[in-house]
Design a protein. Structure first.
Length: 159
């Protein structure tokens, strides 16, 4: 009888070992997957962020104030405003400053073509800014177009 008990215990130990191997393999796979995910979301993302080009800092070009007569029919008679041009290209800044009389003339023509009631709303000011940007972006005497990212009004008085 003693022999039968020993045989029963050795046969019972084999199935327990067989049940542990899938758990060990699953644990190792889970740890490897966690390590890979950690690497991907930390090291890989940092490397990708370092390779991405940083946006250029904006360059603001402040212009002298404008005082213009407005078109009749809008109630207001004149507009006094200060305009700031925004670009990110140093070449554009240099070209705009070199052609400042042309830039001011173009802006003056756009401003003086408006009626006062057109400029009282936010939409009117946004439309005016877009028109100024378009007129300044046009090439100067055979040069390439100057990218103007935006037009800002630092003062805007209509009377």
């Amino acid at each position: 009888m003693a022999k039968s008990t020993e045989i029963g215990t050795t046969q019972g130990a084999k199935p327990k070992r067989m049940k542990l191997w899938p758990l060990i393999i699953a644990a190792v796979a889970l740890l490897a997957g966690g390590g890979a995910a950690t690497w991907y979301f930390t090291v890989h993302q940092e490397a990708t962020a370092a390779e991405a080009p940083r946006p250029k800092p904006p360059i603001f070009i402040a212009l002298e104030p404008f005082t213009v007569n407005l078109q009749p029919g809008g109630g207001a008679q004149y507009l006094q405003t200060t305009v700031v041009l925004k670009t990110v290209e140093p070449e554009a800044e240099a070209a705009i400053k070199a052609h400042m009389p042309v830039v001011r003339d173009r802006i003056l023509r756009v401003l003086s073509s408006k009626r006062g009631d057109e400029l009282l709303t936010v939409e009117g000011k946004e439309k005016l800014a877009a028109e100024i940007a378009q007129s300044v972006t046009a090439p100067f005497d055979g040069t390439r177009p100057q990218p103007v990212e935006g037009v800002l009004f630092t003062s805007f008085v209509i009377q």
